[in-house]
Design a protein around this ligand. Structure first.
Ligand code: ADP
Length: 439
């Protein structure tokens, strides 16, 4: 391979060429004519090299350049070197893409790469199986032209991909898919569809099991409670143990009854998938009822209960679920705030949205418990919670009830100072003044 030609090489060769021509012309007596003919010859030779290069670049299939001459040899070799580098890079890139595709094919999910305009750039085999796409036939097609379910179209256009979308496969209603979209490369999106049918079935089995067991426990519990209540003090045998046993049995059946009631209420909330916001819920009236119940609960602790309620603020929602959420938060504050504590309940309009808060100056919750506190059966102090009759299901019910209203529970708590449990309902659930007048 030649090395690159320098300007001094070129000038030296040119000087030698014209000097020889000049000497020869001088010897035969026609120096200018000979110089002119030699210049023409040089020009012709250069044109020949240009044509050779053109022929090689445009018309020859061969990757190896023709043999260049003189200074042109290094130009031919330079072009050849650039081509060689490009070919190497292309091969590396091809290998990379091949490995990526193999990896994506090995995924247990459907994977589709799209550009920013949702045109399909590539999809794997499972996307053909799960979603009915055809490769390479559908290359360049818009994904929303091929998957036309309104929920999917809304999701893919929403640009909010924090949460996945669950939906039946377009090919088989019994297969449930979970769609996720993530940015991919500079201007691309990757859509992943995962088969979650089994997970859903297991989840449903768990829900059904809990609902059935709770339901089945109801009858024996009612019978037990009934008989225990029938036992008149006079019927209890004299021995001191019997009195204690009767009291314990009554307490524990009440505890079990409230556990079963809460489990059933949680199952009911989970089972009702339909979100209906047509019912107008008179929250102020509802809070007035809860207020009476809260005052009787732990009356001996002499709490100060302060209700700051916007009496005109009513919302769309599911009455039972909102009642469950609010009463659980208020009763918790009553349960977990020591005697003479202050509990403030707020129901007000904040930034055009309905805002509910329960603030207490009780013991507070250590920060490490907060992320898990809404899990089922999660309690800070099992012994204390058992004493108060707590099951660890209350906040779980609140969480589910709020999620059905597109809202979520927030907690601020400081140990020794107290806690605030609050939530905001989306502003489209607030009943406007005009609607109230019309109603
Ligand atoms: P439980 O039926 O035990 O009250 P919850 O799910 O309602 O179950 O509450 C879970 C745990 O959170 C409770 O065991 C309690 O320790 C803690 N907790 C709930 N509300 C409060 C509060 N206002 N102040 C302090 N701790 C609370």
């Amino acid at each position: 391979m030649h090395k690159s030609t320098s300007i001094s090489d070129l000038l030296t060769t040119l000087a030698i060429y014209f000097s020889l021509a000049g000497v020869f012309g001088f010897l035969i007596g026609f120096p200018f004519a000979v110089l002119f003919i030699c210049a023409l010859g040089l020009l012709g030779w250069h044109y020949r090299q240009v044509l050779k290069m053109n022929e090689w670049l445009w018309h020859r299939k061969s990757f190896i350049p023709p043999q260049g001459q003189g200074s042109w040899a290094s130009i031919f070799d330079g072009v050849y070197r650039i081509q060689l580098n490009n070919r190497k890079k292309r091969n590396e890139l091809k290998e990379l893409i091949r490995r990526f595709r193999e990896g994506a094919e090995a995924l247990p999910d459907a994977a589709i790469v799209m550009d920013n305009n949702l045109n399909i750039l590539w999809c794997n085999k499972l996307s053909q199986l799960f979603l009915g796409l055809r490769w390479p036939h559908d290359k360049g097609q818009r994904i929303d032209n091929l998957l036309r379910h309104p929920d999917f179209v809304r999701y893919i256009h929403s640009n909010d991909f924090n949460n996945p979308l669950e939906q039946a496969s377009p090919l088989n209603d019994e297969v449930i898919l979970e769609y996720r979209v993530m940015p991919y490369g500079a201007q691309q999106l990757m859509l992943i569809a995962r088969d979650i049918t089994q997970v859903k079935q297991l989840e449903q089995m768990r829900k059904d099991f809990v609902a059935n067991v709770s339901h089945e426990l109801r009858t024996p519990l009612t019978v037990l409670q009934g008989y225990l209540e029938m036992f008149d003090e006079s019927l209890i045998p004299e021995q001191p143990m019997w009195g204690k046993a009767h009291q314990m049995m009554t307490e524990q059946t009440h505890r079990m009854d409230s556990l079963v009631t809460q489990l059933l209420s949680l199952s009911r909330i989970e089972a009702s998938s339909q979100q209906e916001f047509e019912e107008v819920v008179d929250v102020p009236a509802m809070l007035n009822l809860i207020k009476t119940e809260a005052a009787t609960l732990n009356a001996d602790k002499a709490h100060t209960l302060s209700f700051n309620i916007d009496a005109s603020l009513i919302v769309y929602g599911m009455k039972d679920e909102l009642r469950s959420a609010m009463s659980n938060l208020i009763f918790n504050a009553v349960q977990y705030t020591p005697a003479s504590g202050l509990i403030e309940i707020t129901w007000a309009l904040k930034n055009n949205s309905a805002y509910f808060a329960v603030n207490d100056n009780g013991e507070g919750i250590p920060a490490e418990h907060l992320p898990r506190i809404t899990e089922r059966f999660y309690r800070l102090d099992r012994a204390r919670s058992r004493k108060t009759g707590g099951s660890g299901l209350g906040l779980s019910i609140v969480k589910h009830a709020l999620s059905r209203h597109n809202s979520h529970l927030e907690i601020n708590s400081e140990v020794g100072k107290g806690s605030t449990f609050y939530f905001t309902l989306p502003n489209n659930l607030t009943v406007s003044k005009q609607e109230k007048v019309a109603g």
